[in-house]
Design a protein around this ligand. Sequence first.
Ligand code: ATP
Length: 366
Amino acid sequence: MTSIRIVNLEKKFGDLVALSDINLEIRPGEFFTLLGPSGCGKTTLLRTIAGFYKQDKGDVYLGDELVNSIPAYKRNTGMVFQNYAVFPHMTVYENVAYGLKVRRLPKKEIDERVKAALKNVHLTGYEDRTPDKLSGGQQQRVGLARAMAIEPRVLLFDEPLSNLDAKLRVEMREEIRSVQKKLGITAIYVTHDQEEALVISDRIAVVNFGKIQQVGEPWEIYKNPKNLFVATFVGKINTVDVALGELLADGLRQATFRGVTFLVPSAGTEGKSEATLAFRPEDIQETEDLGSTNKVVGQVESVSFLGSTARVTLKFEDTAIVFDRHCPKEEDIPAIGETLQVCIPPSACLLFDKQSGERLGAGGER
Ligand code: ATP
């Protein structure tokens, strides 16, 4: 199993700085995801690791080997692309065998490796088909088998599921993860889909504007975001600007928003008079009454039925507050216009610097 180390990496396209200050340590056998919006630099980073792009500054190590001056075809990485990139004129067998033939392996070994790779992706029996007689999901399995057959040091995935329908995406991501874990190959996976990243990854690096915003396990990224970008990009979160008031006992501080007083954690708010308060929909409660604070009364503006829950948008003055109500029965779904009171417990309140967006009182990285 191979570790990947990236040190002070920078990549420019002309004047455009596509990546800067990139430092990452990816552990052997880890499923590591680069998550971020379109144009943030994820693909550029993946391609630089693969050797398709040359960085302007910094180092890439695969294991202990510095690979800066090693061309892509000698880095022994397996790449799986968004558009499958299977050869249309070749059969499934020939597609998977391609990289092995290029490496001039003996015929018997090629045969064994192709069969093993096809078995891993559940395509045994499809050897003689051409890609035009395969579904999108099957074509992507061919792409995966082809990448695995060369027994790469690392597997690199560039949005491999974007062209598949929603149900197949879910099936395939589970399959990719289980094959990767079974083979123990270190993997880097690029996606802009935060749900996919949370499900599939051991750890995630959230990227924006060519910089790493946070690295952590999925739970940590979601529950303990380092800045407002990560908080809003990964999952739904409510945000309101608050004025900070009196410092209280028990690590709490008063914060006010449109006449509503909140008790919020005081950590990191010293010397500040304002902040952005954020809270997740699932942390808002309807049953708990915290007395005179942390309470918002509003009218139901819209309801999205999500199966086990209903996502309710509550209108409070000119602000929309979104929360989740567990909905086992039809009558539990709130009516449009209904007046509801919700509580946002202090433990659900995350505070961010209003100017920089940095988290106030945040924990560290893993
Ligand atoms: P997407 O999810 O849309 O693929 P991404 O996060 O992978 O986006 P990149 O493709 O890495 O983003 O692009 C990062 C930035 O670099 C973008 O501003 C893009 O326009 C620019 N860029 C990427 N490739 C090139 C190139 N070959 N020449 C010039 N600029 C490029």
